[in-house]
Design a binder for this molecule. Structure first.
Ligand code: NAP
Length: 308
């Protein structure tokens, strides 16, 4: 078996915490290059921009883009134009239109494009989907509350236009609910709290309804100190389901039914290898579309300045 020669673009927090270990543990991939303006890795070819890598004699089959969303489209387009398969970190782009452009470009060139949603690989998510498929949803509550100072120190891009603010983590919740809920759902009302010195929301409250009329309430907070919440509760006609720890634990009527080791990024690379082998792509924009809807429809409230 010839490994897929992979280049990783953007050597920041997620690349170091998750991508490098997942790649190292998967024999179907060989890390052949790092593209980073500031950082390199012992024993791996290093380039300060993607153009230089693509012009070099380093042979690359696929590229994993681990940058913030704002520069993602230009990088992905460049890689696809050079005939490389592309993995996109979440969110897959800064706008829906640019992701659609990438989808079409990949299809036209018979290349694999993978819009990753790592939280969908959390242990409880697929069992939750199967359990809910046989029940009627009555109500959903999403609580996604974390301390931005702990989880995103120094990440100024999160606060810039296109950085999504509190939706950077909350899109993970949306990636889970778009996967597990049996019916589509639609935003009816939202409030975004935007610090007066920033471009992106620090808190949000969203009210959706699913196609059967069930209310879905999402409370998102980037200022949560103390215990952090990455929880989704679903009331149904046949009991109450709860996903906690970002989907890692599944509870039914208060009983823990599923938990397991963190396999989210190994799962993503497994899927990437399969997609490449099958000549397929996976580009589901549903979570990003709900974020776009929130930015389209919500009221805006000016919040106190955010000082790191
Ligand atoms: P980060 O720590 O700020 O790293 C991003 C890296 O991208 C930087 O190290 C930078 O590397 C590179 N980069 C290229 N163009 C950039 C630009 N215009 N502005 C800023 N950086 C640029 O961010 P991260 O937490 O790894 O997040 C990256 C992506 O992964 C985001 O889309 C995020 O939503 C997603 N993600 C993050 C987490 C997490 O827990 N942090 C979890 C899952 C997914 P160089 O300066 O070396 O070029």
């Amino acid at each position: 078996m010839t490994p897929i020669r992979l280049a990783l673009v953007g050597l920041g927090k997620i690349a170091r915490d998750q991508h490098l270990p997942a790649i190292a543990a998967d024999p179907r991939f060989e890390l052949v290059a790092i593209v980073s303006r500031n950082a390199d890795l012992d024993g791996v070819a290093h380039f300060t921009d993607l153009t230089a890598l693509l012009a070099s004699d380093v042979m690359v089959d696929a590229v994993a883009l681990c940058t913030p969303p704002q520069p993602r489209h230009a990088l992905a387009h460049m890689a696809l134009a050079a005939g490389k398969h592309v993995m996109l970190e979440k969110p897959p782009g800064a706008t829906l239109s640019e992701v659609e452009d990438l989808r079409q470009t990949a299809a036209a060139r018979s290349l694999t494009l993978q819009a990753t949603w790592h939280s969908r690989f959390a242990t409880g998510v697929e069992p939750a989907r199967a359990w809910l498929a046989e029940r009627t949803v009555r109500a959903v509550r999403i609580n996604w509350k974390e301390d931005v100072r702990v989880w995103h120190p120094g990440q100024d891009w999160i606060w810039e236009a296109g950085g999504l603010g509190v939706f950077d983590p909350a899109i993970n919740a949306l990636s889970i609910v778009t996967r597990i809920l049996p019916l589509p759902f639609f935003l009816s009302r939202g409030v975004l709290h935007v610090p007066e010195n920033r471009q992106s929301p620090i808190q949000a409250e969203l009210d959706f309804r699913d196609a059967g009329g069930a209310p879905i309430r999402a409370e998102l907070d980037f200022l949560q100190t103390g215990p952090q919440s990455w929880d989704i509760e679903v009331d149904t006609d046949g009991g109450a389901l709860k996903l906690t720890n970002g989907g890692a634990k599944l509870w039914i009527d208060g009983q823990l039914m599923h938990e397991g080791p963190d396999r989210e990024y190994p799962g993503l690379y497994d899927e990437f290898a399969r997609l490449i082998a099958d000549g397929a792509s996976d580009v589901d924009v549903a979570p990003l579309r709900h974020v776009a809807d929130a930015f389209l429809l919500s009221e805006r409230v000016v919040a106190p300045p955010f000082i790191e």
